[in-house]
Ligand binder design. Sequence first.
Ligand code: GDP
Length: 296
Amino acid sequence: MFEGLSDRLSGILSGLTRRGALTEADVTAAMREVRRALLEADVALEVVRGFTDRVREKAVGAVVLKSVTPGQMVVKIVNDELVAMLGTDAETIDLNAPAPVPVLMVGLQGSGKTTTTAKIARRLTEREKRRVLLASLDTRRPAAMEQLAVLARQVGVESLPIVAGQSAVQIARRAMEAARLGGFDVVMLDTAGRTTVDEALMAEAAEVKAATGPHEVLLVADALTGQDAVNTARAFDQRLGVTGIVLTRMDGDSRGGAALSMRAVTGKPIKLVGTGEKVDALEEFHPARVANRILG
Ligand code: GDP
């Protein structure tokens, strides 16, 4: 993750720290390089602009103040701005509501939504000792329903029995009722995915949302799709009111553009990241640690 960007930024910043005094022109030149490095990492243009403008302004101020170690000051400013861009604090899934708490999982087909649903269920079961019920609402793809049932068994979590012929909303209501009767803490509703953001997909998810009142609406997006992941998140958020993002395939994403732009573009936090195909390959997203990893 972030290998290319990390190498580039370390190079640029160590160039600054090696020198004693810095001029405003040095800072401006370095920021031009930082800008190019971020764009090559596929960070959204508007995010790159805001970032380099803020860093330059603060860094020039620091240089003008004649700091003893101006290069170090610039590194610290870059670090702080990276953390701010990524969201400051690690965010967790909020289950602070009367049980059973509905969690709506949305996203495009192939983003890793079903796998991520099982990963989160496993995490809530093992770490937080919650009783989780999984339900697939993908009425058009029986294979997807079966996939969730198989994954549920694999992670030792219950899934709602599949009943043919029900609509997504009917299944969602049945899941809530079953969870109430069965004393479950959380109901995770895995909505149908499509290959593109389409109105039918959004309308169905919106109907399920209205029927169940989910406490979290988690958008699953594939980090490897870069800015498309960010645009997808924006589209889902506008229609459904996303509360958090899970970015998958971070294990294969060496550039990091989606992770770096997501918060700034959508205003929504990355809550978790998928780091592999296995059911335990799910990690929290800690902005400070990510910034550290990037700056080496
Ligand atoms: P869905 O169509 O969105 O429900 O996607 P699936 O959950 O079926 O996932 C599609 C493929 O992506 C599967 O082969 C998953 O194992 C794989 N996958 C999901 N998350 C990750 C991840 O974080 N890293 C990697 N490498 N593969 C993932």
